[in-house]
Design a protein. Structure first.
Length: 203
């Protein structure tokens, strides 16, 4: 079901795709959209059909510019999930949790020249600070979403959301076949991305 080039093309058009093959979350799957193309409708779609935490995948360099650091940078009591402090746009939001407000926060965070003065914390958007080496270094949706956006020519930041089934368990690809078909979603698998990048997948 994975068609890497179709997924890359879809990202470039501002569409939501599905990413599979995350090694760090036992095969959980995610929605992804390029952060530069974020809209309230996209946030609402992810909240409705994904139900997981809506996160902003950032490169380390962008995180530094925004003044965002890892919540737990050390090795003690480490989950391995690279969360930064939650953020909100400083201006032009109300409660911060609405789809429109979260889209605004993402828009502000990835705007050219954005810095820490443009954001407040805590907020309702949850940054993930990707590994410097991208998917080659860490086989997870955060890194894959950024690599895919770069290949699509639509920046180096993405909004992702893990997908749950109706019963609250984490979904697998065969659980969302009807959703994929009805919305024309494209699927990108991390192993296919690695092959495209000329990187040997882990055994």
């Amino acid at each position: 079901m994975s068609d890497l080039q179709a997924a890359i093309d879809a990202l470039g058009k501002g569409e939501i795709i599905v990413i599979t093959g995350d090694r760090f979350r036992r095969g959980d799957i995610d929605f992804a959209i390029a952060a530069k193309h974020i809209t309230a409708d996209a946030i609402n779609f992810m909240a409705r059909h994904g139900r997981g935490l809506i996160c902003l995948s950032l490169t380390p360099a962008r995180a530094v510019k925004l003044g965002i650091s890892l919540i737990n940078p050390g090795s003690e009591r480490q989950s391995g999930r690279p969360f930064g402090r939650s953020i909100e746009a400083r201006a032009d939001v109300t409660t911060g949790i609405s789809a429109a407000d979260r889209a605004k926060t993402v828009e502000v965070a990835v705007a050219e020249g954005a810095n820490s003065d443009d954001l407040v914390s805590p907020g309702h958007v949850f940054p993930l600070i990707a590994s410097e080496g991208g998917t080659a270094e860490r086989l997870a949706a955060a890194e894959a979403s950024i690599d895919l956006c770069r290949l699509a020519g639509c920046g180096d930041a993405a909004v992702i959301c893990s997908i749950m089934r109706d019963d609250g368990e984490m979904a697998r690809l065969n659980d969302i076949g009807e959703l994929i078909e009805s919305h024309g979603l494209k699927v990108a698998d991390i192993d296919d991305l690695l092959q495209h990048l000329g990187i040997a997948p882990e055994a």
